[in-house]
Unconditional design. Structure first.
Length: 279
């Protein structure tokens, strides 16, 4: 009680109410995002901006939350053997390097510019995830740059000529705007590489964790870390990540794909409104 009184006195009653509300919202978001293999930065960032954080601070805190949520969900997915580590190790390093670069050089762009870039990319993701994809026969020809991957009962062909450059671009943008890139990596794996949705979600969690950590380090090097917000939000994000990972394993892949697309659309609308109002 005494500590709570000190916190109210130091930060103000309005701040304490705001952070409690944000804690609840972040917990719910973490559950849904962990279910779909995403960090949730496209929701965390707008929520924190509405709560009063500047764009660059919100992006930094979001990266730390993303890392913790992804690691928590990863523990669940690894136990169920839905994480293709070899695939992650091949396509994720370019994302991680560029996430650090994006986080470090984010200050070259205004917060509003980053918001509009963010919205555009999210809308593109929604389109591709909802667009009906016809199954086509798998090309079994051995060609340079095409990786024939067998994982458990699933087999797929990874076009490295497409996957690696796109993964690097994803990392650059993700690091700049404070997201993990899961919103873009899952469509990349599912649509461009033929990876089953459940494996894509599990593998994405592994990649989200590393990319978010690199983005966080880049932003922190730029001096944007806010521990007052980061520490409590990090704790609830871990709890939400564990719960979301368990729920994901009980949900049908087609339903996961729809949840992924519609929640991404909501995030795009939310950020667009925020960008217009603040512009």
């Amino acid at each position: 009680m005494f500590k709570a009184g000190l916190c109210v006195e130091k930060y103000g009653e309005e701040f304490m109410i705001a952070i409690v509300v944000v804690l609840v919202v972040i917990f719910v978001i973490a559950i849904v995002m962990a279910m779909t293999g995403r960090g949730g930065g496209n929701f965390y960032v707008p929520v924190m901006i509405v709560a009063g954080l500047a764009m660059h601070e919100a992006a930094t805190v979001a990266q730390l939350i993303l890392f913790c949520t992804a690691v928590a969900a990863l523990l669940v997915f690894q136990k169920s053997r839905t994480v293709d580590w070899k695939l992650a190790l091949v396509i994720d390093p370019p994302t991680d390097v560029m996430a650090f670069v994006g986080g470090y050089y984010a200050h070259l762009f205004s917060g509003n510019v980053l918001k509009f870039v963010f919205v555009f990319l999210l809308v593109v993701v929604v389109f591709f995830m909802l667009y009906p994809v016809k199954e086509r026969p798998q090309d079994n020809r051995k060609r340079f740059g095409f990786w024939h991957r067998q994982f458990g009962d699933s087999s797929y062909v990874v076009n490295l000529w497409v996957a690696i450059p796109i993964a690097a671009l994803i990392g650059l943008v993700a690091g700049m705007v404070g997201i993990s890139g899961g919103s873009f990596k899952i469509p990349l794996m599912v649509l461009a590489c033929g990876v089953p949705m459940r494996i894509a979600i599990g593998t994405s969690s592994a990649m989200v964790a590393v990319t978010a950590l690199m983005g966080f380090l880049g932003h922190t090097a730029g001096g944007d870390f806010n521990p007052v917000w980061a520490i409590p939000l990090m704790i609830v994000a871990v709890l939400g990540g564990l719960m979301g990972g368990k729920l994901s394993l009980k949900t049908k892949p087609d339903n996961l794909k729809r949840i992924f697309a519609y929640t991404t659309l909501v995030a795009a609308v939310f950020m667009f409104i925020n960008a217009v109002l603040s512009g």
